[in-house]
Design a protein around this ligand. Structure first.
Ligand code: CA
Length: 363
């Protein structure tokens, strides 16, 4: 698509792109890859189509020349995955200022992947997974929303490398949910770091929950949450209705500059005065965590050995895309983040087979 020069009446090729992602969403068959180049797309994208496990439909923001932004100002939702959506991948978008949800995955939607996205300024949840099946989030930032990530009774949840900060409610809220795994979460400066309601089977590990106003981890009744290898520090109450496991710590994580939006970890090898206690404190290797190509360091050296706790940055990005912690809910974005300043060009490719799904599920 090209927000600038496209037309929805055109053929949707690279030379004659569509104007909106919504047009592509209503048009493409399984196995398609939709590419949106840099620019701002002022729309609510509803996706009701279904790929298959081996023929996903991929919506990708090509960030080579800048951010690809869904400007949902005045819309309820940025990306709405309806109940019929299946095997859809959404990758590389910034979704801003939706009145309700940046991304919503509806009941019975299956096999949805949300990768490398940043959601901010939503009036409700940045990301809301509402009774979906087999849903994956990887390398996602959810900042300055009401709730960062809200998971409601999902069957099969994988969350790996999530940053939740500056949300007025919980950074992470998990209601029910079976077979849920949350790893490498950094949840800072929210009301709660992680809030679990009763029921389900969920694990939270290799994560940092720090400086949240109310609880670091709040288990609101019942059982079904397993905690391990977390740093839970300086919250109003670190653990409520739950206790630390022996592999967890409670120490200042030594973010480089959390107030300024830099959630990398201080380390002597990268030039800081001290080493974060979160280095190599995880339960598995960086490679097994899928984070051996990401970094917690200011010099962009990739994580190695045991995985470091919490958020890992993409060293390929020119600048961190985190919002400063000082920005309150729904304030205008800084000029440097203003959308739509670059000409956008977009391509819709149906003739090129997309890579196998493993490319998209394995960073
Ligand atoms: Ca490490």
């Amino acid at each position: 698509m090209s927000a600038a020069r496209g037309a929805d009446a055109s053929s949707g090729t690279s030379a004659n792109p569509w104007k909106t992602i919504s047009k592509a969403a209503a048009s493409v068959p399984p196995g398609s890859k939709v590419i949106a180049e840099a620019g701002s797309y002022p729309e609510m994208v509803t996706i009701a189509s279904a790929g298959t496990a081996v023929r996903r439909i991929v919506f990708e923001g090509d960030r080579t020349n800048g951010d690809v932004i869904i400007n949902a100002q005045g819309k309820s939702t940025g990306f709405l995955l309806s109940g019929t959506a299946a095997y859809i991948t959404i990758r590389g978008f910034k979704i801003q200022n939706a009145s309700t949800n940046g991304i919503k995955v509806s009941q019975n939607a299956e096999g949805i992947e949300i990768l490398d996205c940043a959601i901010s300024g939503s009036g409700g949840q940045g990301v809301f997974l509402d009774r979906s099946k087999s849903t994956t989030l990887r390398h996602v930032k959810t900042q300055s929303n009401s709730i960062g990530l809200d998971v409601n009774e999902v069957d099969g949840l994988v969350v790996e490398n999530l940053l939740a900060s500056g949300n007025t409610g919980a950074g992470l809220k998990v209601r029910g949910t079976t077979n849920g795994s949350i790893r490498n979460l950094t949840s800072r400066g929210n009301n709660q770091g992680a809030y679990f309601t009763a029921g389900g089977t969920r694990t939270l590990s290799d994560s940092i929950l720090a400086s949240n106003t109310a609880e670091g981890i709040y288990k609101d009744g019942g059982t079904g949450s397993t905690l391990s290898n977390n740093d839970v520090w300086s919250n109003g109450t670190n653990y409520r209705n739950c206790t630390a496991d022996p592999a967890s710590i409670s120490a200042d994580p030594l973010f480089v500059d959390a107030a300024g939006g830099n959630f990398r970890l201080q380390q002597v090898a990268a030039g800081q005065a001290a080493d974060s206690p979160c280095l190599n404190a995880g339960s598995r290797s960086a490679a097994d965590a899928g984070l051996a190509d990401r970094t917690t360091r200011t010099d962009n050296v990739a994580d190695a050995d045991a995985v470091d706790l919490g958020w890992h940055e993409d060293p390929g990005l020119v600048a961190d895309l985190c919002l400063p912690a000082s920005r309150s809910l729904r304030q205008p974005l800084a000029p440097g983040l203003a959308p739509g300043l670059r000409p956008s060009r977009a391509r819709f490719l149906t003739t090129s087979p997309i890579p196998p799904p493993s490319r998209w599920t394995t960073p």
